[in-house]
Design a binder for this molecule. Structure first.
Ligand code: NAD
Length: 259
């Protein structure tokens, strides 16, 4: 039996990385999808990849900026208009922002990261939870980070935003459990996605792969995670199998956050 037969899954940041990998996984398991990203071309590529592995999947593409409340309200409305409900919500879009000492962190850069990674997650929850409460069911998975449960350094905006995502997750989980809705977060370590490749290229230019090998040496497993590995976790957490997991923040990091 497919875990997502008849289920509707909404994913933000679905045009790349973890969002795309998770979309592919739940589509393979029968989900109808509503995919949101700022990058329309990335969304189209995700849809093409989905139709290769799940030819009969229904896929709605919605270009939106998660930092804009009106646009978030609209992607939720458009999803409900199309499918009539939302069973799973992977609230995942985010950016890394600049790497800098705290004293060198400009307030504009700080606000930019917060507006996407934290405001964006809040808006998504605000509008999706209202629907799920009406339905009396649903699962929300927010993307936090290792940087949301411990200090990593040089990431004031990112770290503040991801700690905020953990706080929002725990707060709303306490409120919505009584309506049959569970809310959890994942805390990925370094996963090899275009985001991480981009920051390795900033550090190492042409030698970015060498820099990457050095970068993962402190990790107990001495490697990057793969987007598919995160997708398996996300699919489980979005499925009915994880209904009683509520307010949990699940690390997926090779053990890094317990070192
Ligand atoms: P990615 O850059 O591959 O994908 C992120 C996607 O989000 C992109 O398609 C981008 O266009 C989209 N996006 C960015 N800003 C947006 C906005 N304002 N509105 C709508 N869409 C927007 O990165 P990824 O590694 O897949 O990251 C996904 C999430 O995972 C992020 O929240 C990131 O912080 C988090 N994360 C990633 C890692 C990692 O190592 N890759 C680790 C911890 C947490």
């Amino acid at each position: 039996v497919n875990r997502f037969d008849g289920k509707v899954v909404l994913i933000t940041g679905a045009g790349s990385g973890l969002g795309r990998a998770s979309a592919l996984q739940v589509a393979k398991e029968g989900a109808k999808l509503s995919l949101v990203d700022l990058n329309t071309q990335g969304l189209e590529e995700t849809k093409t990849a989905i139709l290769e592995v799940a030819p009969q999947a229904e896929v709605l593409l919605l270009t939106a900026n998660v930092a804009n409340e009106e646009e978030v309200k609209k992607y939720v409305e458009d999803t409900v208009k199309q499918y009539g409900k939302i069973d799973g919500f992977f609230n995942n879009a985010g950016i890394e922002g600049k790497q800098n000492l705290t004293e060198d962190f400009g307030i504009d850069e700080f606000q930019k990261v917060i507006s996407i990674n934290l405001n964006g997650v809040f808006y998504g929850m605000k509008y999706v939870l209202a629907e799920m409460k009406k339905q009396g069911s649903g699962s929300v998975v927010n993307t936090a980070s290792v940087g949301g449960i411990r200090g990593v350094g040089n990431q004031s905006g990112y770290s503040a935003s991801k700690h905020g995502v953990v706080g929002l997750t725990r707060n709303s989980a306490i409120e919505y459990g009584q309506f049959g809705v569970s809310i959890k977060a994942i805390a990925p370590g370094a996963i090899m996605t275009p985001m991480v490749e981009g920051s390795l290229r900033q550090m190492g230019g042409e030698n970015w792969e060498e820099v990457g090998k050095e970068f993962v040496q402190p990790n107990p497993m001495k490697r990057f995670g793969k987007p598919e590995e995160v997708a398996y976790l996300v699919a489980f957490l979005l499925s009915d199998q994880a209904n009683f997991i509520n307010a949990a923040v699940v690390p997926i990091d090779g053990g890094q956050s317990y070192k």
